[in-house]
Design a protein around this ligand. Structure first.
Ligand code: HEM
Length: 129
């Protein structure tokens, strides 16, 4: 019997869909982040980030099937990411995570997710300003 993945434990597809939809709703209205996104339609970017996070947390491996190795630092190099962009990204992500009820995402899983997102955002900084 395999152990339950984080993905399953927090509600699977539904939960990830809700977090990332809320995140992109915030990005669309964020004056720091919105100009960084090259496409007018944020839908495809929303799908890529959702697939990546689902895979990272033990869900379907669709991201790698479609995109190959994530190479996130390399893929973020075209965008200037300094402390301001990182903070804006985390602000939007925290809003997304906050929309999930405690019954679905308990304190321990919530902390694990937020700690990861903070670590990951810091790791993608590529500018000092
Ligand atoms: C793509 C910005 C942090 C995961 C992108 C794109 C932008 C962007 C502008 C291009 C949109 C697209 O075409 O997909 C930022 C900024 C960040 C940040 C400003 C602030 C630190 C993160 C973090 C993660 C992440 C922390 C993962 C936990 C991704 C993924 C893609 C992406 C998976 C799509 C890569 C691909 O397959 O092409 N990001 N990002 N990003 N980002 Fe971020």
């Amino acid at each position: 019997q395999a152990t339950t993945s984080f993905y399953e434990a927090v509600g699977g597809e539904q939960t990830f869909h809700r977090i990332i939809a809320a995140f992109y709703r915030e990005v669309a209205a964020d004056e720091v982040l919105r100009p960084l996104y090259p496409e007018e339609d944020l839908g495809p970017a929303e799908r890529r980030l959702r697939m990546f996070l689902e895979q990272y947390w033990g869900g379907p491996r669709t991201y790698s099937d479609e995109r190959g190795h994530p190479r996130l630092r390399m893929r973020h190099m075209p965008f200037k990411i300094g402390p301001v962009e990182r903070d804006a990204w985390l602000r939007c992500m925290r809003i997304g995570v906050a929309e999930i009820e405690p019954e679905m995402l308990d304190d321990a899983h919530r902390k694990q997710l937020l700690d990861y997102l903070e670590m990951a955002a810091n790791s993608l900084i590529n500018s000092e300003w």
